[in-house]
Design a protein around this ligand. Structure first.
Ligand SMILES: Nc1ncnc2c1ncn2[C@@H]1O[C@H](COP(=O)(O)OP(=O)(O)O)[C@@H](O)[C@H]1O
Ligand SMILES: [Mg+2]
Length: 298
């Protein structure tokens, strides 16, 4: 179980580190085993920063972030259970070495006692599990493989660990449509094995349909979150509606997205207390959407 409770990240910014940027502002949500949570928001909204905090690559400034009740403690033991896959699979490979070197590194770090034959069997099984043909991908250099194949090999590598949680940051953005579906099917399979997944995306992509829960992020803050069906079946916040309006529908002519009728209160930044309201069980929204707020711009 991944739990974020009012997690905040402040970066130093500006010359001499005088200023600061709050990239993530009191973000709370949870992901249970076997659950895929999609984190959606425009570029710069703080999604990757959240992913990096979950992976222990960036320190949390305030609030609490726990996995199975424990604070993130980056190290060998932690990365056995938690792994990340990122947008650009090429950057995860050293072009000088064959792609399966990523498996050799896992073996050296985590399974030094496993014999050659047994290890080869495990790698083949993991590669087949991500629907690749071992004969076609093993022994190749990264430039001889496609982005989708490299992405799937990274997931296969994660499968060789005792993985409990996967952070997938824009992993389908660079893939063509059919490969994207393969990768999404793979994520669905991981969920069935009981893995928790944080699926980060900048638009309402197909992956959203896999998500039990959706968290909509804007300027580092959650504007709406909850059960995916509720958030997109009955979107309340103007920003969520804008995201939905930006999804092309082939049977309808293009209409410009509705302008964002933002809450001045939230645009301003600081706000006291807890500002997400539970409008129905499992559906939370920031005050902008509520008439009772009285802070929406006309
Ligand atoms: N290491 C860093 N130092 C300073 N600012 C950062 C750093 N990393 C991210 N930011 C800032 O935090 C904000 C959120 O960035 P990011 O999490 O990458 O957004 P997203 O993934 O949603 O596009 C941006 O304004 C970005 O410039
Ligand atoms: Mg990002």
């Amino acid at each position: 179980m991944l739990t974020l409770d009012r997690v905040t990240k402040t970066f130093r910014a500006g010359a001499f580190g005088g200023g600061s940027v709050t990239a993530v502002d009191r973000v709370s949500f949870a992901a249970a085993p076997g659950e895929l949570v999609s984190l959606i928001g425009e570029s710069g909204s703080g999604k990757s920063t959240i992913g990096r905090m979950v992976l222990g690559l960036t320190e949390v400034s305030a609030g609490s972030l726990t996995l199975d009740g424990e604070r993130v403690r980056p190290g060998k033991d932690f990365y056995r259970r938690v792994q990340g896959v990122f947008q650009d699979p090429f950057s995860c490979y050293n072009p000088v070495f064959k792609a399966d070197r990523v498996f050799a590194l896992i073996r050296r770090a985590y399974h030094p006692g496993v014999g050659d034959r047994e290890w080869a069997d495990r790698v083949e099984k993991a590669v087949r599990d991500v629907r690749l043909d071992p004969g076609q991908v093993l022994g190749r250099y990264p430039h001889q493989l496609s982005g989708g194949q490299l992405q799937r090999l990274l997931i296969a590598r994660a499968l060789l660990l005792d993985l409990r949680f996967l952070v997938a940051d824009e992993i389908t953005s660079m893939l063509d449509a059919s490969t994207r579906i393969d990768v999404l099917n793979l994520l669905a399979g991981l969920k069935e094995r009981g893995l928790g997944v944080l699926y980060i995306t900048h638009d309402l992509s197909l992956g959203t349909y896999l998500a039990e829960k959706t968290v909509v992020l804007r300027n580092g803050r959650v504007v709406e979150r909850g059960d995916t069906q509720k958030v997109f079946g009955n979107p309340l916040h103007p920003y969520t509606r804008t995201l939905l309006a930006a999804v092309p529908r082939l049977n309808q002519p293009w209409t410009a997205a509705v302008p964002l009728d933002a809450c001045a209160y939230h645009e301003g930044g600081a706000s006291p207390g807890d500002d997400l309201y539970e409008t129905e069980p499992g559906h939370f929204v920031a005050c902008a959407a509520l008439p009772a707020c009285g802070r929406t711009r006309a």
